[in-house]
Design a protein around this ligand. Sequence first.
Ligand SMILES: C[S@@+](CC[C@H](N)C(=O)[O-])C[C@H]1O[C@@H](n2cnc3c(N)ncnc32)[C@H](O)[C@@H]1O
Length: 186
Amino acid sequence: MKKRGQTKRYSIDYEKIKMKTKKPKLMMQGHTDEIFTPKYAIKPLLQFLKKDWKIWECAWGKGSLAKHFEEEGFVVVGDKTTDFLNEYENHDIIITNPPYSKKEDFLRRAFELGKPFAFLLPLTTLEGIKRGELFKKYGIQLIIPNRRINFIMPNKQGGAWFQVAWFCYGLNLPEQLNFVELDKSS
Ligand SMILES: C[S@@+](CC[C@H](N)C(=O)[O-])C[C@H]1O[C@@H](n2cnc3c(N)ncnc32)[C@H](O)[C@@H]1O
């Protein structure tokens, strides 16, 4: 029985907590390189693009993102065999949802190419010493939707467990951080 003024001591089993904490499903499946972008994800970006720009979709996947921009009247170049890290397509802007396991290499290559780009990436991409150096050297602007995106996964549609943003370079956005409402109706 606890007496007045006596502090009750709890012992916390951190190992047990760690074991019980479930990893988000998508992370466990290791599928973060093969997730595809729904159309509404491009809406916040459209107002900052010039209609006559040629878009290079440099991580084609199944072509979902390319199709969305084509439907909006843009010319899109790229295909599923292109290796962005070693090949080149003529373009005005690169827009993609890159493979997350290679996000640093993709960012470095895009910065070095020197033309505008917009990459849909997890907000945590801001973390990290090497990426920090890149952002400091070249600058970066973000379009941050207020809701998460339900990425299309090979066999099902599910809620992404991470918040993403458009990481933009060379687009002269009004602010460095641009908070926008995401309209999920297509
Ligand atoms: C996250 S998915 C997104 C696909 C598409 N951009 C979309 O938004 O629907 C990334 C894609 O990049 C592809 N990929 C991986 N390494 C690549 C590389 N070096 N060059 C081009 N694409 C690559 C993966 O196979 C995957 O299909």
